[in-house]
Design a protein around this ligand. Structure first.
Ligand SMILES: [Zn+2]
Length: 403
């Protein structure tokens, strides 16, 4: 004896009575209950399992055990073998699955009708669904044409019919996809639009699907993966999308429709501001350099050495200042900056000075327990020994003018 699968004939049957024909204890208080008949749909064909109750115990999942029937995994009081139980399928979950699943039939046929693009696989995810379609050139226009056709079929409220046929009869019919099994077949027909073998639960009429929207798509393994939402999920997705669009619009003190233009304009302005900041930094560096040059003393050899330590100044800023300083003749620049855990150095010299900045920098970085280097006229580096920074600069300065 096996389970009579009531969901095959009526997708809207949710309350029922049945007899318990088998029980298996499973892990952690779960029991697998087999009934002589059930409207519970077990996981399969891309559609998740139904949930619900059996005599008040929770049905947390249903598993298809082939000829043995449908296993209802229950948590709660276990019914006795041979007893009659009252059951109930969770309707909001069933309706959601029917909307996604029937929506998939419609959207898949829309891609076949318009672009001869077959669907290779289908998945119901937590908040959306995916189909993999043989579409080589997905564009917004192509996708939206299929969405348009699918929604027109929904709003025409076409009836769905279940047709049980033999393999021979099926062979003569224009099925959207090849049957995955042998023998008698269950076909789902959307009047005048789609005919395909399927064992899932479907809407009575296309209108029940409500609406289909495509969220995104991407090329994947030679196919196009399309993420869509149908029915209640389309409304939930609209709410989320509307919320984020309105939040962004509020940031720009504008309406939802104007936010993208304003966001693009602000990014442009931001780029321009960055450019202006860089120009101002050059000007500031030149002015700062002038003051440091005036204050610097020139040695007997005519060489001017500018040594300065800053707090929390980044390497780019140090380099800008160094460049401004070595625009002056016979000048060597030894600049340092310190954060709580890092010391930074930039050494540079004018073209008419001779010291090797790379060699000086390598020696200094060993003292700082770090690394650095560069060219003979410009080098940079740093290290962890922040408290040695002043000593290191003093040493470098002495190397330049041996007493
Ligand atoms: Zn189906």
């Amino acid at each position: 004896m096996t389970t009579d699968r009531l969901y095959y004939n009526d997708s809207h049957l949710i309350e029922f009575e049945a007899r318990v024909i088998d029980l298996t204890e499973r892990v952690s208080n779960w029991t697998a209950v087999v009934l002589n008949r059930t409207p519970f749909y077990p996981t399969g064909g891309g559609q998740p399992s139904d949930t619900g109750t059996l005599n008040g115990a929770r049905v947390v999942e249903c598993i298809d055990d082939g000829d043995k029937g449908v296993l209802h995994m229950i948590q709660g009081a276990t019914p006795a073998i041979g007893s009659i139980v009252k059951g109930r399928v969770d309707w909001p979950r069933r309706l959601d699955h029917m909307q996604q699943h029937t929506g998939q039939h419609i959207l898949s046929q829309a891609f076949v009708t318009l672009f001869n693009a077959a669907t290779k696989s289908f998945r119901v995810l937590d908040q959306s669904c995916e189909i993999d379609v043989e579409l080589t050139n997905p564009t917004a226009e192509i996708i939206e044409r299929a969405v348009e056709l699918a929604n027109n079929v929904i709003w025409e409220d076409r009836p769905l019919a279940i047709r049980n046929v033999t393999a021979e009869e099926a062979a003569a019919l224009p099925l959207r996809k090849d049957p995955a099994r042998e023998g008698e077949l269950r076909l789902i027909e959307i009047e005048g639009f789609d005919l395909t073998p399927c064992g899932g639960t479907h809407a009575y009429r296309t209108g029940e699907v409500g609406m289909i929207a495509v969220r995104s798509w991407e090329r994947a393994k030679g196919l196009t993966r399309i993420e869509f939402v149908a029915g209640g999920r389309a409304l939930a997705d609209y709410r989320r999308a509307n919320k984020s669009a309105r939040e962004i619009a509020t940031l720009f003190s504008t309406g939802r429709g104007d936010a993208p233009d304003l966001a693009a304009r602000m990014l442009e302005e931001n780029k321009e501001l960055h450019r202006q900041v860089r120009v101002l930094e050059e000007i500031a560096a030149a002015s700062e350099a002038e003051k440091l040059i005036v204050a610097a003393q020139t040695g007997a050899d005519g060489l001017r050495v500018v040594t300065q330590v800053f707090d929390a100044r980044d390497a780019e800023s140090l380099k800008k200042l160094a460049h401004a300083l070595i625009a002056n003749s016979k000048t060597v620049v030894l600049l340092g900056s310190r954060d709580s855990d890092t010391a930074r150095l930039v050494f540079a010299r004018s073209a008419d000075a001779t010291a090797d900045m790379n060699a000086l920098m390598r020696e200094a970085c060993v003292q700082l327990d770090g690394r650095g280097g560069g060219k003979a006229d410009m080098a940079q580096g740093g290290g962890k020994n922040v408290n040695k920074l002043s000593d290191v600069l003093e040493l470098a300065k002495r190397r330049l003018s041996p007493q």
